[in-house]
Ligand binder design. Structure first.
Ligand SMILES: Nc1ncnc2c1ncn2[C@@H]1O[C@H](COP(=O)(O)OP(=O)(O)OP(=O)(O)O)[C@@H](O)[C@H]1O
Length: 484
């Protein structure tokens, strides 16, 4: 049993040397991926196709091999075929009759032939001969050229006949690593999963950069998304996953930066940091999941102000896509469920963000940052080979306890951002409430009376959970989440 892998048509239109290079790359990528399914699978490049062979005695490999092939960039179609030798058109008919005869009973059908090589017959001759024979010698209802119930697909390549059992579309795009590398900013949400995928599909080795805004749980979630994308679509080439601890940047933004500009300035900080990481890695472009008008920071004015912070090329493949289409795409590529469960950060971004940031104002605000802020977070960045992620997943995930009432010796810690707390102050009858915004919590917690238990509170219960996890991971046992 074999698979005929056809190259994406855009590759076929390229000049001969480029086409050869792309085909060679695809052959080696397929080999790299399939050797992980089984070493016995063979991969052989031909001029316009790649033949993948599965040993006769290992039929259990057919499904996994077929599935992996549909996820490799640069492939137009994957056809599962049986191979036969032949001498005459009548031989072709006999093989086809044997393979399809029973299946045609009670059905309309047509025969489609693709032929390459030198023969004394044309594809149409074969279609007529085989179609006529099947019509006479089976219980088929008859030949129907338009919308038949069964299409009998044959491929003839020199002295070989291939009867197509099943043909499915491939991923399209270009073979991995035919384009230069990119660094994709990934947050685990719907958008950045899809934007990363689009570059993988386009043949760019896609490395990942994640800014941790607080909490090991979020980091684990994002790593899982990135690993899924790489393992499913980009496994032929290894890539890096970079984590940059950004809690201190968020803390300074919340403490020092004008409200309306917080979102734009956070993005500029991300782009600056990512550019420096990219430069170190020799990568020339950043990828984001931003989409025009989707949130306030994504107006053209704001995107323009964001872009002014770096010379590095910033690519936004989703810029004109509708949110629903992005969600649909995430479902197709298998990132939807991850994205759904990804936490959103209550209070990280300001309440009334500007949609028309002014560059001069933004630059003036940024002077309020500690001068070595980015240097410090970049020093603390962690770069790992993406293949290490499953090992990291083995580490035990800490669980938090959530309570809805306050007992004696327990203090409610309201960790919301100051303006949120001012707008809706929290009062809990009979209980002590303290206010420590989440961005100060990790440093302030050590100063608290350790004989008491602290119940963390925020509006949606997401940030409180993340912060509780963080503190538990730091070894503090006296922390719970408070959801009244
Ligand atoms: N914590 C983060 N780490 C890495 N990149 C991020 C992070 N937050 C945002 N980004 C990048 O900025 C883009 C826009 O983020 P934003 O939060 O404005 O929109 P979003 O719709 O929530 O994006 P997503 O669905 O990808 O989370 C993301 O698609 C991603 O590329």
């Amino acid at each position: 049993m074999k698979f005929i892998v056809k190259l994406y048509p855009e590759i076929m239109m390229k000049s001969k040397p480029v086409r050869l290079r792309f085909t060679k790359m695809l052959e080696s990528n397929i080999r790299n991926v399939l050797k992980k399914v089984d070493e016995s699978v063979t991969v052989v490049k031909q001029w316009d196709r790649i033949m993948v062979g599965v040993p006769q005695d290992k039929p259990e490999l057919l499904d996994p091999v077929g599935e992996r092939l549909t996820c490799i960039p640069g492939i137009a179609t994957v056809a599962r075929v049986n191979e036969y030798g032949f001498e005459t058109v009548h031989d072709i008919y006999l093989h086809t009759l044997k393979a399809f005869g029973d299946e045609l009973a009670g059905k309309t059908f047509c025969v489609r032939v693709k032929r390459s090589g030198q023969h004394d017959f044309t594809s149409i001759d074969v279609e007529k001969y085989v179609g006529g024979g099947l019509n006479q010698h089976t219980d088929a209802v008859g030949v129907k050229l338009k919308n038949p119930e069964i299409t009998v697909n044959l491929e003839i390549n020199n002295d070989k006949l291939y009867l197509v059992e099943k043909k499915v579309p491939g991923l399209g795009g270009f073979p991995m690593a035919t384009q230069e590398d990119v660094l994709s900013l990934i947050s685990g949400g719907f958008d950045s999963g899809v934007s990363s995928f689009q570059f993988i599909k386009k043949g760019a080795r896609t490395h990942y950069c994640f800014f941790n805004l607080g909490g090991a749980q979020h980091e684990i979630g994002v790593k899982q998304v990135a690993y899924h994308l790489w393992k499913t679509y980009g496994e032929s080439h290894k890539v890096k996953f970079v984590t940059i601890p950004f809690e201190s940047v968020v803390a300074e933004i919340l403490e020092r930066i004008d409200h309306g500009l917080m979102g734009v300035i956070l993005k500029r900080c991300m782009m600056r940091a990512a550019s420096r990481v990219a430069e170190r890695m020799g990568v020339q472009a950043l990828v984001t999941g931003e989409s025009l008008g989707q949130v306030s920071s994504q107006t053209l004015t704001n995107l323009n102000v964001i872009d002014r912070c770096t010379d590095t090329l910033i690519l936004r493949p989703l810029i004109t896509m509708d949110k629903q289409d992005i969600i649909n795409e995430s479902r197709k590529i298998g990132t939807e469920d991850f994205a759904k469960s990804m936490p959103e950060y209550c209070g990280v971004i300001s309440q009334r963000p500007t949609v028309k940031a002014v560059l001069a104002k933004v630059e003036a605000e940024e002077l309020k940052f500690s001068p070595d802020l980015l240097d410090k977070v970049l020093e603390a960045a962690e770069v790992i080979d993406i293949r290490e992620i499953p090992k990291a997943m083995d580490t035990k995930v800490t669980e938090t306890e959530t309570v809805s009432s306050v007992a004696a010796e327990q203090v409610v810690l309201d960790i919301r951002a100051p303006e949120e707390e001012e707008r809706r102050p929290l009062q809990v009858a009979g209980a002590e409430v303290q206010h420590i915004p989440f961005f100060k919590l990790s440093s302030a917690f050590a100063e608290l009376d350790s004989s008491k238990t602290y119940l963390l509170y925020c509006e949606r219960g997401v940030m409180s959970k993340l912060q509780a996890l963080y503190l538990l991971e730091q070894g503090y046992q006296n922390v719970k989440v408070y959801r009244p």
